[in-house]
Design a protein around this ligand. Structure first.
Ligand SMILES: *Cc1c(COP(=O)(O)O)cnc(C)c1O
Length: 453
């Protein structure tokens, strides 16, 4: 047996195509509906928000979509990303399982999000767009789009969720370093933001509100488009570079995962690592379980309703069928800000309904505990979001120990936590609590779901 712990691909082994799971699904995902007519949206409906290349990817049924060379050229700054075997963690747990992790924290922004920010900026620039408007929760997406905008000469404006704006001043400093402008959301700069602040002047903000503000600005100007960092089909598509590289690296390690794990906020890094493996199984290859790990404080996949809902709080976006807590739900202000979204990617939800995806939820304190154990074995301090994937992998490894099974576990370490050390400080000070959501608030939010016949 080799004692190898690090699996690196050559630059010329970087994937040339993104993998589109829609080509392999036994039934297509339910259509996206226009919020006014409740009819399926066509490309023209989405044109005020996105450039046509991205809209076509959104609806494409092609299995492979070529990664443009200028995008691959930027990716070479950090891709292919390394795959590690967590031997010291295996030893600590005393598990017969092999644990592998794909590390996406090597990107300039410190997470997987540049995998989609770069192509999104590229396609927008190609279509003549000058300005991108977006939202950010934890700051990771805003950072990634700010970075991408700086490379492709686009102005970037970021509505940053208020709690994160206040808790993470360094995140804002990074976005400003890349040249972006940050606004705390809810803000006075949009009609919707002003309406929220009128009712609740100290509103902590949410991704759903920030999305409404960004969309409101984007549709006002011809030279401005909107960019979303998760949830949409084209975002999940771009993230499949993670899983495709991991497949090559699993071959190098001479094994294949029994289970593939990712944390799930909007579902993009999870889909990125899991969809290529799910597709491999659907096409007759060796099957892997796919396990999404979400926060117990915002449990869309495990506790949400599978229904049509808006992607934002202001009810401006198209309706997608997904596991949702309701677009009016404001999750508590826990520390994995990137997982505080009321809904889930429609493709991930559809795969869960088809039995191709499993989901589990954990509380934040046990996730930090897992992240600290991981850091002390493997050296990398995970992002609070990624701690959920670490927790999921540890639980699977402990199950293998109980059952005496030498399974192979693969998880996505979606980013490092260097900008989140305040949350680690709180954890060590014993100040981190397991936030429950308000059941009454959730019930009310679910009652408010749009009626779709
Ligand atoms: C944004 C983010 C997530 C959650 O988003 P997904 O779309 O579910 O991947 C997870 N981990 C990190 C490090 C993030 O920045």
């Amino acid at each position: 047996m080799s004692e190898q712990t690090k699996y690196l691909l050559e630059e010329n082994q970087m994937p040339r195509f993104w993998y589109n799971i829609q080509a392999d699904l036994p039934t297509p995902a339910p259509a996206v509906l226009h919020p006014g007519t409740l009819q399926p949206v066509g490309p023209a409906d989405l044109a005020p928000l996105f450039p046509m290349d991205l809209i076509l990817q959104e609806v494409s049924q092609e299995r492979e979509i070529e990664i443009p060379e200028p995008v691959r050229d930027v990716f070479r700054l950090w891709r292919p990303a390394p795959l590690y075997r967590a031997r010291r963690l295996e030893k600590l747990l005393g598990t017969p399982a092999k644990i592998f992790y794909k590390y996406e924290g090597v990107s300039p922004a410190g997470s997987h999000k540049p995998n989609t920010a770069i192509p999104q900026a590229f396609y927008n620039q190609q279509s003549g767009v000058k300005r991108l408007v977006t939202e950010t929760g934890a700051g990771q997406w805003g950072t990634s789009l700010a970075f991408a905008g700086s490379l492709f000469g686009l102005t970037v404006e970021v509505f940053q969720v208020r709690v994160s704006y206040d808790q993470k001043p360094y995140r804002r400093a990074v976005m400003e370093t890349y040249g972006a402008r940050c606004v705390a959301s809810p803000s006075m700069e949009t009609v919707f933001g002003r309406s929220v602040l009128e009712k609740t002047p100290d509103h902590p903000g949410s991704l759903g509100i920030a999305i409404s503000e960004a969309v409101e600005l984007a549709v006002q100007r011809e030279d401005t488009k909107y960019a979303l960092g998760s949830v949409l089909n084209h975002v999940l598509l771009h993230q499949t570079i993670i899983g495709q590289e991991a497949m090559e690296q699993m071959k190098m390690a001479d094994t294949w995962p029994d289970v593939v794990i990712g944390c799930a906020g909007g579902g993009s890094n999870f889909a990125g690592i899991a969809f290529p493996f799910i597709g491999h199984g659907l096409r007759g290859g060796q099957k892997s379980r796919a396990l999404a790990v979400e926060p117990a404080a915002c449990p869309s996949l495990t506790r949400g309703k599978y229904a049509y809902d808006f992607g934002d709080t202001g009810r401006m976006t198209p309706l997608t069928k997904m596991h949702t807590l309701g677009s009016q739900f404001t999750p508590p202000g826990f520390h994995a800000g990137g997982l505080r979204y009321h809904g889930m990617a429609s493709l991930v939800s559809h795969c869960k309904e088809l039995g191709l995806v499993e989901a589990v939820a954990y509380h934040q304190v046990e996730c930090f505990e897992a992240g600290v154990a991981f850091a002390r074995c493997e050296g990398i301090v995970p992002a609070p979001e990624s701690n959920h994937a670490v927790k999921g992998a540890i639980e699977e490894a402990l199950r293998c120990k109980r059952e005496g099974k030498a399974e192979t576990i693969l998880f996505c370490l979606s980013g490092h936590g260097h900008f989140d050390m305040a949350s680690y400080q709180k954890y060590f000070a014993g100040e981190l609590t397991d936030e429950g959501y308000d059941e009454v608030d959730l019930a009310a939010s679910l009652l408010g779901l749009p009626q779709v016949p």
